[in-house]
Design a protein around this ligand. Sequence first.
Ligand SMILES: Cc1cc2nc3c(=O)[nH]c(=O)nc-3n(C[C@H](O)[C@H](O)[C@H](O)COP(=O)(O)O)c2cc1C
Length: 184
Amino acid sequence: MTENLAQPELDLTIGGQIGFNPSGDEDSRTAFRNALGQFCTGVTTVTTVAPDGERVGITVNSFNSLSLEPPLILWSIAKTTPSFSCFQPDDPFVVNVLAADQEDLATQFARSRSETKFKGVTTHAGLQDVPIIDGCVAYLECQVHARHPGGDHDIIVGRVRRVFNLRKAPLLFHAGAFHSLGPA
Ligand SMILES: Cc1cc2nc3c(=O)[nH]c(=O)nc-3n(C[C@H](O)[C@H](O)[C@H](O)COP(=O)(O)O)c2cc1C
């Protein structure tokens, strides 16, 4: 069957809802974002060190597992974000999986890159001195394995070098709001 993406069946109704084309006007793009937001995720802060030695940290919920053998993970980085030029092939980075009591950190690392980003944040030096944030649920120390274009984002594929699993309750993100899976 050949799918016609340009002209979807607009008259199909499911549960009282008419399907919409996400490439339409501003309202349809907002509705697309809202639909994506129904997919509940965990929350991570991805850290690295910039070429000038500055510590970099960005809140990311596009993280996902990719492969067990070899051990690969992926996440995506917005082209508009100041950290976009980091995470080049072979660069080291850490995926810090945030705990239920780390909502403040998620907010702090979702603000634009600045000297104050790591203010009040205690860290350990991981492989190649990449900061590992204290108090998280799990850590994946990675190296950039590949970087692929993906619309207004790039997809970063990471090869996992070392893992820590502290088995705490994680922070969750759903429909634009933070939640927790029980006390941390
Ligand atoms: C819950 C949440 C998830 C986010 N996920 C991503 C993501 O997957 N990729 C991304 O590029 N930005 C994501 N962001 C936005 C970045 O955290 C934000 O743009 C941050 O300022 C980037 O750091 P920088 O400005 O130092 O580059 C997310 C923000 C929040 C609050």
